[in-house]
Write a protein that binds this ligand. Structure first.
Ligand SMILES: Cc1ncc(COP(=O)(O)O)c(C=O)c1O
Length: 467
């Protein structure tokens, strides 16, 4: 075969007629030989082909729908590294504007032209930065008082997201958790206060608890903490983990005080990629004032026409999400965000109501504070059921839905629940399809002659939830 003929053969080779399609995809070593781009593309693309449709994934809080212009902006910025600020100074300016807007959305009292905050890859990075700042502030205070600073602790509810466990492990901070119980389904404030002492770096209430969708009562916590700090002379602040609630409360419950209007709230973190409506990964953390951000954490940059603090765990990170966040602020405005989140809330409330009406289920809470909710099997029904919510999860997957079932945290871990997170991209019509699929799945499960393995396991472990 001469060279031209060989080239012709390669040119005309159909993708699915190629030898690569007959071989397993490489998994251990970089392959020795090249693969034509269109074939490599197809292999990579097909690897994710059978996965759940992102918008049918009701497990995630993270954005799975953006409009065409937002998506186009992100695609066009895919090669931009945020940290190259001398090359892309306008991205840094846009980031500063986003921080300003987020801070003002949370009623920041800071008067500086550029508010004190940072961008992160998600809430996890943002929480870590808030936590580190609280720890360093506490340490400096202890040093100045000539007191030991080797036993820091942090107080929050047992319904924490795993990032706080990571934070405490990585920075060697004792984690004191207040159990959520069937009587106290959010942070028990009296108990949280009773766990504090001179070594407490901060209390972390959650707006939009991952496990339940509820909010800790941050206003009541602030009041209780104010009394406690006054009596003890301690200076324990609050960092609010508002991963989901940070972009819900300002739009749907603007009168509710949970943010910088409260005395002891010194920092707040959120995920731009959750109800900030940007594709992953994007997080924000804001401090009430520059004085709450320890100098050791900030690296001064001057590309904004003034010296501003730049803070982060990561160095390189994609810029596309920052552009998309700014685009969303510009395009949607306050009203647009409010409309989208109101719709999500209405649809979540509708699903919550309909699920609550099904005799086999029982909702965890009466009302919703964020567009997500959990429910469990009705305790009476569960006594004789042949199936569990894990079986329902599997059944729903057959119709493409990802609706997770899981056990609750410590102290109520025998309780199995199911969660639906409603986000932009879920219509009432889709909600009806989901409800119909749940109804059909339950009907099929009820026809079972024998208990499912998951039910047998729950029964043998004594984990059938009864009140
Ligand atoms: C309360 C809470 N905090 C922190 C996180 C971590 O967020 P991210 O995935 O943006 O890092 C989550 C994620 O679901 C969360 O719900």
């Amino acid at each position: 075969m001469d060279k031209i003929e060989k080239n012709q053969k390669n040119l005309s080779e159909p993708i699915f007629g190629s030898p690569q399609m007959r071989e397993p995809a490489p998994s251990e070593y970089i392959p020795k030989y090249k693969t034509p781009a269109e074939i490599a593309y197809q292999i990579v693309k097909d690897e994710t082909f059978p996965q759940t449709q992102p918008r049918l994934n009701l497990a995630t809080f993270v954005t799975t729908y953006m409009d065409d212009y937002g998506t186009k902006l992100m695609n066009e910025a895919v090669g931009i590294n945020y940290i190259d600020e001398t090359e892309y100074p306008r991205v840094a300016v846009m980031c500063g504007r986003c921080i300003n807007m987020v801070a003002n959305m949370w009623n920041s009292p800071e008067e500086a032209e550029w508010k004190t905050g940072a961008v992160g890859i998600g809430s996890s990075e943002a929480c870590m930065l808030g936590g580190v700042a609280a720890w360093l502030r506490w340490r400096e205070r202890r040093k100045a008082q000539g007191k030991p600073y080797d036993k820091p602790n942090l107080v929050m509810s047992s319904a924490y997201q795993v990032v706080w466990e990571k934070f405490c492990q990585l920075w060697q901070i004792e984690m004191r958790t207040v159990p959520i119980t069937r009587d106290h389904i959010t942070l028990n404030i009296d108990e949280a206060i009773s766990m504090c002492d001179e070594n407490t770096i901060c209390i972390v209430p959650i707006a939009g608890v991952t496990w339940t969708g509820l909010n800790d009562d941050i206003e009541a916590l602030d009041k209780a903490l104010d009394r406690y700090n006054e009596i003890t002379g301690h200076d324990i602040p609050i960092h609010v983990d508002a991963a989901s609630g940070g972009f819900i409360l300002p739009f749907l419950f603007p009168k509710k005080k949970w943010d910088f209007r409260l005395k002891w709230v010194y920092s707040i973190s959120t995920s731009g990629h959750k109800y900030g409506l940007v594709y992953p990964g994007l997080g924000w953390v804001v401090w009430k004032d520059k004085k709450y951000l320890p100098d050791q954490m900030s690296f001064s940059v001057n590309y904004l026409g003034a010296s501003i603090a730049q803070v982060g765990l990561n160095f390189s990170r994609p810029a596309a999400q920052i552009l998309a966040q700014y685009y969303n602020f510009l395009h949607l405005g306050f009203e647009g965000y409010k409309e989208i989140h109101s719709n999500s809330m209405t649809i979540a409330e509708y699903c919550h109501q309909q699920i609550g009406k099904m005799p086999c289920f029982r909702n965890y809470s009466q009302t919703l504070e964020n567009p997500l909710f959990i429910w469990s099997l009705d305790p009476e029904y569960e006594k004789t059921a042949k199936w569990t919510l894990f079986d329902l999860q599997d059944k729903l997957m057959q119709s493409g839905w990802m609706v997770p079932a899981y056990t609750m945290p410590k102290d109520i871990e025998d309780m199995v629940v199911m969660r639906v997170v409603v986000r932009q991209g879920m219509s009432r019509d889709m909600a009806n399809m989901l409800l119909e699929d749940i109804q059909n799945a339950v009907e099929e499960l009820e026809k079972l002659a024998y208990p499912t393995p998951s039910r047998i396991e729950a029964q043998t472990k004594g984990k059938v939830y009864t009140h």
